[in-house]
Design a protein around this ligand. Structure first.
Ligand SMILES: [Zn+2]
Length: 353
């Protein structure tokens, strides 16, 4: 069953600041279906209101989510290649945080590409994937340790991990701050937590493509950083992709940090609402994005076809990428630098199609 067909309940208060005053900033999702999206007047967090309940969301992700995106329970070879290249890009952010034999967990590991490549590079990596089909593919075909389940279902020993990654997951969660607190419990003191989400301030896509039924939350760097602080992390660095489509925060688990209150984020709501309102179809048509992106997409598809033509299995594609990284490790990100473009992102890339 599609997510928009599930019954919904109204949101009583904001997840970040407990504010109760919201302003509508959207009425449709990218497919043109009804989706009411609001902004919290006090902190600028953007979210769907009303939204499906936890139980319905869990069933959707366990059984339907990947299928509704990719029309398959198992990744096609071109999707493995694309996700493998995304993993390669992400390693430029991840590798400076890794030490030999450190323990890494990728939550929302999808087809297992990042975990597989990390293990090939010698790290003790594992994954958690809510979708059963993708988790079974990761275990059975790639031979990597992946648990099936959501934050409340999986078993991870307290203080057992050095690094946790959460790429394009937080926007799907009903209670992202609670999930981040759970991650904090898994990490040792000084452990790092990388979180990447689509950027609600993005102006690289058509305005009508901004909201998605599966994205319960729409963050910018301020609200993402605040979510991490509320979960007990300190913010080490934030990055934005060159096209502005994604934001990433690197958090650190400190031994003793100041308690963050659920205070408003002054000025953020006005800023975000102004960007959303100002990004009209007319304004977008006057930028290069709508004319450049179709060509970028076509170029990418041709590149993918050529690259995967010599492989029969997704596993071989990932081994090839891992060997490329061994030969030429990714450069660390420039300070205050940029993320790789959102174009290769899965599933965020689908936002741009
Ligand atoms: Zn708020």
């Amino acid at each position: 069953m599609p997510l928009h067909a599930l019954s919904t309940t109204s949101v009583e208060y904001c997840e970040l600041c407990h504010g109760t005053q919201f302003t509508e900033v959207g009425s449709k999702d990218r497919a043109g279906k009804a989706l009411r999206t609001v902004i919290c007047n006090d902190c600028g967090l953007v979210f769907s209101d009303p939204r499906p309940n936890t139980e319905q969301i869990d069933v959707f992700y366990r059984e339907s989510y990947r299928l509704s995106y990719k029309q398959a329970y198992e990744p096609k070879i071109k999707h493995t290649y694309r996700a493998g290249k995304v993993a390669q890009d992400r390693l430029s952010y991840l590798m400076p945080l890794l030490t030999p034999r450190c323990r890494v967990l990728d939550f929302g590991s999808g087809g297992g590409e990042l975990v597989f490549i990390l293990r090939e590079l010698g790290y003790d990596a594992c994954g958690i994937e809510p979708n059963r089909g993708y988790a079974e593919y990761s275990r059975d075909v790639l031979g990597i340790p992946v648990q099936v389940g959501g934050f409340t279902e999986v078993e991870v020993a307290p203080l057992s991990l050095d690094v946790v990654t959460l790429f394009h997951v937080a926007e799907h969660l009903e209670h992202p701050v609670d999930a981040m607190r759970t991650v904090s419990g898994w990490l040792r003191e000084g452990g790092r937590f990388l979180v990447e989400v689509p950027n609600v301030e993005s102006r690289c896509i058509w305005p009508s493509s901004r909201f998605h039924q599966a994205h319960l939350y729409n963050f910018n760097s301020e609200t993402l950083a605040q979510a991490g602080r509320l979960a007990g992390f300190s913010v080490e660095e934030c990055f934005t992709s060159p096209d502005g489509g994604n934001v990433m925060c690197v958090f650190e688990k400190k031994e003793c940090i100041e308690e963050t209150s659920q205070a408003p984020l002054i000025g953020n709501a006005e800023r975000v609402a102004g960007i959303i309102r100002g990004h009209t179809a007319f304004a977008h048509a006057l930028t290069a994005h709508p004319y450049v992106r179709p060509w970028q997409k076509l170029f990418r598809q041709l590149q993918e076809q050529k690259a995967v033509a010599r492989f029969d299995h997704g596993r071989d594609v990932l081994l090839h990428i891992a060997h490329q990284i061994e030969r030429q490790p990714p450069s660390p990100p420039i300070e205050g630098g940029k993320l790789p473009d959102g174009d290769f992102d899965v599933p965020a890339s689908l936002a741009n199609q």
